[in-house]
Design a protein around this ligand. Sequence first.
Ligand code: ZN
Length: 143
Amino acid sequence: MFHKIEHVGIAIKNAQLAEPIFNALFNQTPYKKETVESEMVQTIFYKTGSNKIELLQALSEDSAIAKFIEKRGEGIHHIAFAVDDIVAELSRLKKEGFQLINETPKRGADNKLIAFVHPKGTHGVLIELCQEIGDELTLMTGE
Ligand code: ZN
């Protein structure tokens, strides 16, 4: 089941330029910065009330974020929803005919299992599913 919006992802070109702007906007500094090697991105997280904003900067020209910015410029990149069973949701969405970017969940930033649904089938909105990694899953993946 889909729950709350876990975060909104914003593609930025340059963290050194963007971070002071978002610090000023939110009147706070990020609570977390994390490099996701598999995605070749640097992530910067803010909390606004119960919401989170994730800034994403490409670490390589091959990164999906670099390609996105090249095509569409900086701005809102994806909306992430919290789900309680990401495998079940992916299977349900596949049956519904949605095009999945990730057929199986992978390790994302902020201690989450994540998977993306292609924006082609969702009127241009890239959707991310996120499941918080509990202790059992941490044991299973050995991390
Ligand atoms: Zn995200």
